[in-house]
Design a protein around this ligand. Structure first.
Ligand code: GSH
Length: 206
């Protein structure tokens, strides 16, 4: 398998999950500084011009949530998706929320040019991010994390996803002192071998 990634981006949730599942992979860095994600060579891999992409058996899988589900399905022994239907629904609700709302809130600060061109529009969107990300953090703190991990006492595919999105909060202007539950979760995840492997591979800052 080959993972196309950019350091610190949501693609690192896939790397952490691959490490959790003990699936070997080749990591291919997409250089955002050179806008490689917009060039034909990468668009042949992922026409959306985004990371992650997971190449497996001649297929190019995209969308973080779908890739995480694929890894879990490939490695049932890793128990990355709960058997219990209600817990699984909660796990997926968290992942859909991260994909459709929280990641998008963050992108309004760093990728405003997806939605607007005028400098004042971009500045307005960026200025809103501390508020929308604080609202998202409040939701995560009070409703998403049901214990040590999203589904309670067991790590699932929602946790690497949440860990990477929450690593953006401080940069988005969120006061982490208001979110002790998320802070403890981040520390718990940071201590795992999977996250340490991602750090050692230069995918995340230490
Ligand atoms: N819905 C996609 C979003 C992927 C995405 O937006 N990735 C960002 C990095 S966090 C990216 O590739 N940005 C490059 C760009 O916007 O040019 C997913 O969850 O996989």
């Amino acid at each position: 398998m080959r993972l196309y990634y950019s350091p610190g981006s949501i693609s690192i949730a896939v790397a952490i999950t691959l490490y959790e599942a003990e699936l070997p992979f080749e990591a291919v860095k997409v250089n955002f500084g050179e806008a490689e994600q917009t060039k034909p060579a990468y668009l042949n891999v992922n026409p959306k011009g985004r990371v992650p992409t997971l190449e497996t058996d001649g297929n190019h899988l995209t969308e973080t949530g779908a890739i995480l589900e694929y890894i879990a399905a490939r490695t049932p022994q890793a128990k990355l998706v709960p058997q219990d239907a209600l817990k699984a629904a909660h796990m997926r609700a968290a992942m859909y929320y991260l994909a459709s709302t929280m990641h998008v809130n963050h992108a309004h600060r760093v990728r405003g040019n997806r939605w607007a061109d005028r400098p004042e529009s971009l500045a307005d969107m960026a200025a809103k991010a501390p508020q929308t990300m604080t609202n998202s953090a409040r939701y995560v703190e009070e409703h998403c994390l049901r214990g040590d991990f999203v589904i309670g006492d067991h790590l699932s595919i929602a946790d690497p996803y949440l860990f990477v999105v929450c690593s953006w909060l401080e940069g988005d202007g969120v006061n982490m002192a208001d979110f002790p539950g998320i802070t403890a979760f981040q520390q718990r995840m940071h201590a795992r071998d999977s996250v340490q492997q991602a750090i050692n591979a230069g995918m995340l800052p230490s």
